[in-house]
Design a protein. Structure first.
Length: 116
């Protein structure tokens, strides 16, 4: 991950732990990443998922849609991570935290606007 990330996830989860948390196989986790349902980037040399994106035993409800919008706007995984964690007081701290709360619709609207 680049040093230009201005904010970062509070914690990271490695892929085997994501698999256990979601109750799916590791190959299913890899498929979810390929399909844009989940975001994973290299952190400390290992592909990991920001812990905030895996709520309880599921992926945040609106995450796949936001990732699709970001990819449609030309963002790669590292850029999507930067966008999700860019500080924004209007979104409960950042877009990733906003997705988990009542600001999810605003996060999706902002991601959609990036494509225009």
């Amino acid at each position: 991950m680049s040093d230009s990330v201005t904010a970062a996830p509070a914690a990271w989860v490695n892929l085997p732990d994501v698999s256990a948390k979601l109750g799916v196989s590791i190959s299913k986790v890899h498929q979810m990443i390929r399909d844009g349902q989940l975001l994973a980037v290299k952190h400390d040399g290992v592909r990991q998922v920001p812990a905030e994106l895996v709520a309880n035993s599921t992926v945040l409800k609106h995450l796949p849609g936001v990732l699709t919008l970001l990819r449609d706007a030309g963002y790669n995984d590292e850029e999507a991570l930067r966008w999700l964690y860019e500080p924004d007081s209007d979104l409960d701290g950042n877009a990733a935290l906003g997705l988990a709360g009542h600001r999810a619709r605003e996060v999706k609207r902002r991601a959609q606007a990036l494509g225009f």
